[in-house]
Design a protein around this ligand. Structure first.
Ligand code: FSO
Ligand code: SF4
Length: 547
């Protein structure tokens, strides 16, 4: 196998024997075979679009199944066998439609004509052969290979956002057309290094549009988040835990548990759900938050006295101690775990009713969430005034993913050391390293503000752009430093968006992506000042020197 797509990749180089995430070589081969099938579907979709044929099922399917290949989403080989079959059926259906109206249309060779084998072992072998062929091109030009992987991984991030946006009725054909184009480009050998750099930046642009759609879906459906206190301790009674990022799934569960006496708790990236009026205020049994970031789930799920719904990444291989009460949904999968179909949570709710739930209350602390763009920009005037009066010296956006590596303590230490006249904005699951710290306020403005999930990166960007506007300067001239932590492929898409917007001097950690070659990294550092994190002291000093 060969996989370098996430930050925990083996020895920082690549997973070759077995995935550090728990992905087997067989599953990896099936995922690669699916991507090959999607490339073929993309090629045919592009040809069909030239004749005005757009197949929305194929568009949505490509995004949903690319999302399934993102780190810690789907570990179920059968899901991928089904996806491959469906990809070929959609591709051939599109071919037929195209040939019916334009028999002269040219359909490329390669992935567009690929025929999957019958039988699991044969499919796995096909996936392995294709993977070998794909990797062997790395030797030809390591930098182009690096950019191809950057585009493939960034595309997975876009696919995840497009999937969520679509659930909330937000779609843009431009996003789907780009996904097909980028998939098809992965099959090409005639593009130059500059072409690939441009494609990666175009990906950043399309990701911005996709995140905008998701933001419109979230705020249009559930209202703009408002600063909200969330209990960290449980209340006595039956309980269900919801993890992942899918607000729509959470809403369905809230509807089906109304008046049952069951309390719903958020886990990991679901914490910001409490900030939405259309969730928290509408469904008071959305009670509190339980646990921290994804990598602590085995311990936290084992101790939770109720069933658990895993709506998206990051799913870890489940332990026997809680395996019988975890449910997956949408693109998420694990071979032995039950999968929710048609948003019917009856079986999961029955488990909650049969379990004791919490028998005593614990932690009495609360945390704040809901500092999304509307909430923060509504006090932009006060913020600008506080900066002008010297009360606020600098802003730090400390955002991104969490993970198990001890080097991620950098982010905790950094936030602890941020001087008292500075404000920290945060988002995504990396915040669990410091989300419960009381950093106090500066003239009524909280020093620690949770913008939301990684899916809310658009909101964080709008805050930066809104502040730049209020100060009358460019974003790069703001007293703002972005110190990001990455783990999986949504972070790749976000980074490309930031580069597309020309944001400079981003610090990235805890390690640099294995798939970025030294030359490509050199190019990005030269053009955008992108750099690896150093030590909290050094980085803080460097950021504050600029103010
Ligand atoms: Fe975290 Fe996982 Fe949100 Fe990621 S739960 S790591 S960027 O997949 O999705 O921040
Ligand atoms: Fe390794 Fe990450 Fe790929 Fe899993 S997703 S196989 S941990 S690089």
């Amino acid at each position: 196998m060969y996989c370098t797509q996430c930050e925990q990749t083996s020895r920082g180089e690549g997973c070759y024997q077995w995935g550090a995430c728990g992905k087997s070589p067989e599953l990896d081969a099936l995922q690669d075979l699916l991507i090959h099938s999607l490339r073929g579907l993309g090629q045919v979709a592009i040809a069909a679009r030239e004749y005005g044929i757009i197949d929305r099922d194929a568009d949505r399917f490509s995004c949903e199944t690319l999302f399934a290949t993102l780190t810690n989403v789907n570990f179920d080989p059968q899901s991928f066998v089904n996806y491959i079959e469906r990809a070929i059926a959609l591709r051939d259906g599109l071919k037929q439609q195209l040939q019916a109206i334009a028999p002269q249309a040219t359909i490329p060779e390669g992935a567009a004509t690929f025929q999957p084998a019958t039988g699991l072992d044969e499919l796995i072998q096909q996936g392995r052969d294709l993977e070998y062929e794909f990797i062997s091109k790395a030797a030809i030009d390591v930098d182009i290979f690096s950019l191809k992987l950057t585009v493939l991984y960034g595309l997975k991030g876009i696919a995840a956002y497009a999937y969520h946006a679509r659930e909330l009725s937000q779609e843009d054909d431009r996003v789907y057309a780009f996904c097909h184009e980028a998939l098809a480009a992965l099959d090409r050998n005639d593009l130059t290094l500059d072409d690939w750099v441009n494609l990666a930046l175009k990906l950043g642009e399309i990701n911005l549009r996709t995140m905008e759609l998701l933001d419109a879906g979230n705020t249009g459906t559930y209202g703009h988040p408002v600063p909200t206190a969330v209990p960290l301790g449980p209340r006595v009674g039956k309980a269900i835990l919801v993890s992942g990022h899918d607000l729509k799934a959470l809403e369905h569960l809230l509807q089906q548990t109304e008046a049952t006496g069951i309390s719903i708790y958020t886990h990991g990236e679901m914490l910001p759900a409490h900030g939405y009026p259309g969730l928290k205020q509408k469904y008071p049994h959305l009670y509190g938050h339980y646990g921290t970031a994804w990598q602590n789930q085995t311990k936290e799920f084992a101790a939770f006295p109720g069933p658990i719904l895993m709506t998206t990444n990051c799913l870890m291989p489940p332990h026997e101690s809680y395996k019988n009460r975890v449910y997956t949904l949408g693109p998420v999968g694990w071979p032995d775990l039950p999968h929710i179909e048609n948003d019917d949570f009856a079986a999961l709710i029955a488990i909650a009713q049969n379990l004791p739930g919490f028998t005593e209350t614990g932690d009495s602390r609360q945390v704040m969430t809901g500092f999304a763009r509307n909430a923060v920009l509504s006090v932009a005037g006060e913020v600008v005034e506080a900066v002008k009066q010297g009360k606020i010296r600098h802003f730090f956006l400390v955002g991104g993913c969490d993970g198990a590596k001890p080097t991620r303590n950098y982010y905790t230490e950094l936030v602890e050391k941020v001087p008292s006249d500075c404000v920290v904005l945060t988002l995504a699951c990396g915040k669990f390293r410091f989300f419960d710290k009381d950093l106090g306020e500066i003239g009524g403005i909280p020093r620690l503000m949770d913008v939301g999930q990684c899916n809310d990166a658009y909101s964080a960007l709008q805050i930066a752009l809104g502040l730049a506007n209020a100060f009358g300067v460019e974003v790069n001239q703001l007293p703002l430093s972005m110190i990001l932590s990455w783990y999986e492929q949504k972070a790749v898409a976000i980074l490309l968006t930031l580069l597309y917007l020309g944001i400079e001097n981003i610090r990235l950690g805890p390690t640099l992506p294995a798939f970025i070659s030294p030359n490509v990294f050199g190019l990005l550092s030269k053009k955008y000042g992108l750099k690896a994190i150093s030590t909290p002291d050094e980085d803080l000093a460097a950021c504050l020197e600029l103010t």
